[in-house]
Design a protein around this ligand. Structure first.
Ligand SMILES: [Zn+2]
Length: 540
């Protein structure tokens, strides 16, 4: 990592500048007259496609559900990605203490202001705390209650600048170095150079270093020189291709022109990394060779296009851009830290009508997502064959979460993503989900068996109940019949009773009457008997 890149670049720079300044105007005229219309047309197209390439269009819920899976690894490089809360913590660890931040040149314009002095006073008691922590403390908030609105606005402005000040360069390098292996080749080049600067200016932050006139100017010149040289080299390659095409039949000339345009489009894509550009351009010319009528020109074509300049001095460009845009410390650190964040990758690219749906998504670290951009997997997998293994690793992890009910609503994801990947990679990525499907089959089978057993048990209970009910109903029916009969009997007996009672009443009267008569007659008989015994005829 401590490659003395700085010295090497210094020497190269002076040579570049001398040579190129002389020929810039010559080529400028050439560019304007011949190639420029083509390039500018492609740049125009690139601009209109630019919005299709990047991640603001993420399906938020899907990506947050997936990236909340702890220790999820990137489907491409297989490295662990940082979840948002881990990322926030990581970014906070770069913030400068208040005492250091107040020394930073970016706050010079606030010196002697009320806000600056207010924070300086707070810092005296807790110099190691960050400015943000100091201002948000209870005592500071109490003091701010009685401060007028104008001063509060001034403090807000001061804070927005102060919040972007990080630790000094050597300590930033210490923290970033831990993740050195994660970064792409271009980022490693930048970090190598940053290491050199951190040693050279240990008391400054990177934003301060990159804005030092000697640093900014040096890298801006180097980058401009490279751009010029690369442009000239590019023009030369396409000029040679044009020359070469004169020997070809008319239909092949046309095909080569279309191919050159396609290659230029790739070369002008600012998001493609150099090795991606090279793979795409070679693929484009291979396609041309497959389809053209003239045979045995492969060597000649590849002899010409091997001179296309792909590699760019990433470190010079980065520092030149930071200097030009006055990029803050925080944004410099963030450029690297964010490379490890989890992002949603559209397997079928958005530019090819790929949808914002979970069936079309895998999770890549930002580094890999940027690298893949929207190039076909056919090409990407040639560069990164390890993706086949790493995508399986990611899907396996997701499957574990689905099986443990920690990721609800994603049961069909493994099947769907398998189909999407087969379609989009010309069957190159065929993930294994057999075990997952077997597991699901077993789960369903268990539920089925349980339901069947419960059904059998309940069915028996139901049958018994039906039998009992039938018996009860039969008994009830008989009883009802009996009741009906008894009711009839009751009616009939009631009639008998009524009649008997009426008859009784009648005979009671008859008895009473005849009894009276009987008594009277008996009395009459008794009287008569008495008379007969006692009464003797009178002697006359
Ligand atoms: Zn990755």
């Amino acid at each position: 990592m401590s490659d003395p890149a700085y010295k090497h670049i210094d020497l190269a720079a002076s040579n570049y500048i001398k040579i190129t300044k002389k020929i810039i105007y010559m080529y400028y005229i050439f560019v304007m007259l011949t190639i420029y219309p083509l390039i500018s047309n492609n740049q125009q197209q690139y601009k209109s496609n630019k919005n299709l390439n990047f991640g603001y269009r993420l399906p938020q819920k899907a990506v947050s559900d997936m990236r909340d899976i702890s220790h999820l690894t990137c489907a491409s490089c297989g490295r662990e990605m940082l979840k948002p809360e881990v990322m926030n913590k990581f970014m906070k660890s770069f913030m400068a203490s208040s005492v250091r931040a107040l020394e930073n040149s970016v706050l010079n314009r606030f010196k002697d202001s009320w806000a600056f002095n207010f924070v300086k006073e707070l810092s005296k008691n807790a110099p190691k705390k960050t400015i943000d922590e100091l201002v948000k403390s209870e005592s500071a908030q109490k003091q701010l209650q009685n401060v007028d609105a104008h001063k509060k606005i001034m403090l807000g402005e001061f804070m927005s600048v102060a919040d972007k000040i990080t630790l000094k360069a050597p300590r930033v390098m210490q923290k970033l170095s831990k993740y050195y292996d994660h970064f792409c080749k271009e980022d490693k080049e930048i970090l190598d150079l940053m290491e050199v600067y951190a040693a050279q200016y240990p008391k400054n932050t990177f934003a301060e270093i990159f804005q030092k006139p000697e640093v900014a100017q040096h890298h801006t010149e180097l980058f401009q020189t490279y751009k010029q040289q690369a442009m000239e080299q590019k023009i030369d390659v396409f000029k040679r291709l044009k020359e070469f095409s004169k020997k070809l039949p008319a239909q092949d000339v046309k095909k080569l022109q279309v191919t050159n345009n396609e290659a230029l489009k790739v070369l002008n894509n600012a998001y493609y990394k150099p090795h991606i550009k090279q793979a795409c351009v070679e693929d484009i010319y291979n396609n041309f060779l497959k389809n053209c009528e003239t045979k045995r020109i492969r060597k000649k074509i590849f002899d010409i296009i091997k001179d296309i300049p792909y590699e760019s001095p990433a470190a010079d460009e980065f520092i030149a851009m930071c200097a030009q845009n006055k990029t803050s410390d925080k944004d410099i650190v963030s450029k690297f830290a964010q490379e490890m964040s989890a992002t949603f990758e559209h397997v079928k690219a958005k530019s090819q009508k790929g949808e914002d749906t979970i069936e079309n998504g895998i999770v890549l670290c930002k580094k890999c997502n940027t690298e893949r951009s929207n190039i076909p997997y056919r090409i990407y997998l040639k560069i990164h064959p390890e993706m086949k293994k790493n995508i399986q690793k990611q899907i396996n992890k997701i499957i574990t979460f689905i099986n443990h009910k920690k990721l609800l609503g994603y049961d069909n994801y493994p099947v769907d993503i398998k189909k999407t990947l087969l379609n989009e990679t010309d069957n190159l990525i065929k993930i294994k989900i057999k075990r997952y499907l077997k597991y699901r089959e077993q789960q369903v089978l268990k539920r089925l068996e349980f339901a069947r057993a419960s059904y059998g048990k309940d069915k028996e209970t139901a049958n018994n109940a039906i039998q009992k009910l039938n018996t009860i109903e039969a008994v009830m029916h008989n009883l009802l019949e009996e009741i009906k009969q008894l009711k009839k009997d009751k009616h009939r007996v009631n009639d008998v009773l009524t009649k008997a009672e009426q008859s009784c009443e009648h005979y009671k009267n008859v008895i009473e009457k005849n009894q009276l008569m009987f008594d009277e007659i008996n009395k009459l008989i008794a009287d008569d008997t008495l008379i007969n015994q006692t009464v003797k005829p009178k002697k006359i």
